[in-house]
Design a protein around this ligand. Structure first.
Ligand SMILES: Cc1ncc(C[n+]2csc(CCOP(=O)(O)OP(=O)(O)O)c2C)c(N)n1
Ligand SMILES: [Mg+2]
Length: 316
């Protein structure tokens, strides 16, 4: 089987494509117990990957390609839609080669779109801060071995698409179970399990108060987890629904909070309060460098919510 991709169709990012093809084939081979040899190189404006399979049909480039590189939520949805369309007429090996070509093209431009979006977010200077900017700072300073636990809630949810995870077992999330208060105690367990790794819990204000009493546990056992509380003084996820489904008629979703840096100090932990985007990185690095538990409060824009999926799916 031979996959040939013209440079015009995939853009100029040859390095990405080469890596992608190698990865794809490695995964396909591991799964299908076929033997493959890849040669992917730009020549005369074309890239080629050769796959020699013991059996003819079984290498499924498309599936492997689909899982090989992470993309953002929005882009992933687009990609899935296009992929479903393409898969309808998938039957023979030859067609699969064609599909791989198309998918590769999609992925390359989607990756570029995502990178551009993240770069723009890194320049957001609004105050109170946008959660997107907080994640831009975190991407800059978190070491790659950091274990991150995301809570449920709107501000933590921005992190799914905005943090980079390069190592296994470094991303902890309640996924669709969405239990608020999940992140902090889970992060404590992760730190006990892997004491050498930096561990960060990311919370909204409402979710943090659901299990923040465990700060006493953290201090008593000196479990050096850094907790970031993005404070918008509301149940942001609920507010997002009321914004999109009830025209911004908000009921029962605003809440009050203590200052979480002071709250942390009362427990005997370290506390930081960060209002300016440029201070986020320093606070996180300082908190990580000390071995004690720490809480960093970041006031964020109370009107910044992601659009609920149900609102996106709603017919016009
Ligand atoms: C235990 C529990 N109670 C209620 C909910 C419903 N819920 C999901 S997100 C959310 C609001 C979260 O607010 P906050 O932690 O401040 O994060 P924000 O959305 O404001 O960023 C609520 C009430 C839930 N997921 N889990
Ligand atoms: Mg909140």
């Amino acid at each position: 089987m031979c996959v040939a991709l013209s440079r015009e169709r995939i853009g100029n990012d040859l390095q990405i494509v080469r890596e992608l093809l190698r990865h794809v084939v490695r995964r396909s081979v591991a799964k299908r117990r076929a033997h493959a040899h890849v040669k992917a190189e730009p020549a005369c404006g074309r890239l080629q990957a050769r796959v020699h399979a013991r059996e003819r049909a079984p290498i499924r480039l498309v599936g492997a390609l689909w899982r090989s590189v992470g993309t953002g939520f929005g882009e992933r949805k687009q990609l899935r839609r296009r992929r479903r369309k393409k898969l309808r007429d998938r039957q023979l090996g030859a067609e699969r080669v064609h599909l791989a070509e198309v998918e590769l093209q999609d992925r390359c431009c989607l990756r570029g779109e995502r990178q551009a979006r993240l770069a723009a977010e890194a320049k957001l200077a609004a105050q109170p801060m946008k959660p997107q900017r907080v994640y831009a700072e975190l991407r800059r300073v978190l070491p790659p071995e950091t274990i991150v636990a995301l809570d449920a809630g709107a501000a933590p949810a921005y992190g799914y698409d905005r943090l980079s995870f390069a190592r296994p077992r470094t991303f902890l999330t309640p996924l669709d179970l969405g239990g608020l208060g999940f992140a902090f105690p889970v992060a404590l367990g992760a730190k006990l399990g892997r004491p050498q790794a930096p561990v960060v819990a990311i919370h909204g204000d409402g979710g943090y108060l659901m299990n923040s009493q465990e700060l006493e546990t953290a201090v008593r056992h000196n479990i050096g987890v850094v907790t970031i509380v993005m404070n918008n003084n509301c149940w942001g996820s609920e507010k997002a629904y009321q914004k999109h489904f009830y025209g911004g008629r908000y009921i029962g979703c605003d809440i009050g909070n203590p200052r979480y840096d002071q709250f942390a100090r009362l427990f005997g932990a370290a506390g930081y309060y960060v209002e300016h985007p440029d201070q986020v990185g320093d606070a996180v690095q300082k908190a990580l460098s000390e071995s004690s538990p720490a809480v960093i409060e970041i006031p964020i824009d109370p009107d910044e919510f992601p659009t609920p999926v149900a609102a996106i799916k709603r017919p016009e």
